[in-house]
Design a protein around this ligand. Sequence first.
Ligand code: XMP
Length: 594
Amino acid sequence: MRKRLSDISEGLSTPQITVLDAGGQYCHLIARKIRDLGVYADVQPSETPASQLAGRKGIIISGGPDSVYEAGSPQIDPKILSTSSAVLGICYGQQLMTHMLGGRVRKGEKGEYGFARFQTGRPHALFASLNGQLQVWMNHRDQVELAPEGFDVLGGTFTCPVAAIAHRTRPLMAVQFHPEVAHTQQGHQILANFVFGVCGCTKDWDPKDRIGPLEKQIQAIAADRNVFFFVSGGVDSTVAYTLCLRALGPERVFGIYVDTGLMREGETAYVRRLFQQLGATAFRVEEAETEFLKALEGVTDPEEKRHIIGEQFIVVQERILSTGHFLDGHWILGQGTIYPDTIESGGSAKADVIKTHHNRVAGIQKLIESGRIIEPLASFYKDEVREIGGELDIPGEFLHRHPFPGPGLAIRCLCSETVAPVTRSDPGWLLPIRSVGVKGDSRSYHSVLALEGLPEDEVATELVNRMLDINRVVGLVHARAGIAELRSSRGTLTRERLERLRQADAIVRQLSEESGFDREVWQFPVVLIPIGAGSNPDSVVLRPIHSVDGMTAQVVRMPHELLHRMTYELLSVNGVCGVFYDLTHKPPGTIEWE
Ligand code: XMP
């Protein structure tokens, strides 16, 4: 029998630590932090039976948004609490452990989140070398009121007196705060105390050591078949491709890059050069601009745009698959899937879809079902993929490029069907266009408030919270017309508008690279909006943000002088009327406008 994709993790030792996922992002952050300590950790669903966790030195129950009293809230196998593995509960994990062992959890009326001072009490290995007050980060609604029989309280905060507990004789312990987030100042030490001091783990994890075994596994999985990739020019698919290239040689690894016409200036040439430099000989660019633009003609709705682009990718990929004979038995598909993409976790499976991310094609689905797929990075986190990439001599400048969305400039080129003036809405002006945002866990599609000048972020935050019909606030840096004269125009995804956006984006990219500002931001979308006056129908919005993983984002202010220069140059682009600065954090805005 031929090997399947899951076999790519063969040769990895059993994880010493498993994080049980009780909902969402938290579990991955914990596993990443444990791996940063040099210890192999994985993530499993919370309901994983104890028998499948045999041999783990430690188990961590993650935080999550549920209440232990709610029907359907994440549970764990009770046997886990009586094996020899040490168990650490975090946040929801502490409440679940308490609830299951007969303690009492109090239902909170409202959430409490943010910084707190944690006062350590009784000494315990979990807090070894940590004494007195610690700054911790809380994010909870319920809290433990009474620790279970046999447990000591190890410390508390002003509002949460039972913020850490441990059993007197068994290796069970828990904390209400989040040691995995950077805001908990000694969090790193607390996790290290658990992993090394309590569980007795030894260092066994360095992603760079995995390259040799990965190459062997790629050879075993491919056997006598060749591998083909749809590469995007992103980090993950490029690193996965390069690993296969090293394992199988350039004649056996084929790469196809689809040029949708929705890319940034110079992107296709850049990707071509990069792959040449990596030693790829079987690399091809599939020109598909005309068909993408045709499919998008006249479309203005963001979700419809994404849908059409996804569908069009399917058409192009299916065509390549069949005409290139990639579906016959000599080929398998390579993909740059990384660890967080592989896990159907409780939290993320339940999470509302804010925006559709396109990925799976029917032909690809078939290949997956028949096991003809290879995903060499499926056990790694993004930072680990970069480390592996560096070791493979992929240029650092490429590995640290800002993320760029699959649908490309299409979702940064806002469209409108209506011609309407801006309207006064104290203290600014409502722009007659809508952008996507996220309020609570669901999607919003609301108007934008434009202010004259650039007030503090807090002003913008206060306005978005107060005014229910907006989800974004921008400041006008400069325009060729007065703000009251601006109006929307009918704008769609035409070559002309895409070219305008490409030029604006290239200016911003060049100036922020030259000034070093690009290193101070995580991403810097440049958005074209159909707001202008006279013969200049569009304006440019600058959206430099800081983020860790794209889940939340903070606005970054750029130096005055740079902003002036950028604005001056942007206003010289044909058809551009004004330059705005997005002042909205995520939430309530999303990073992209669509
Ligand atoms: P939002 O706009 O949801 O973006 O705050 C979060 C991060 O995801 C990127 N993004 C995408 N990436 N396909 C992608 O590959 C997509 O359809 C897509 N939509 C948003 C966005 O650039 C940001 O980094």
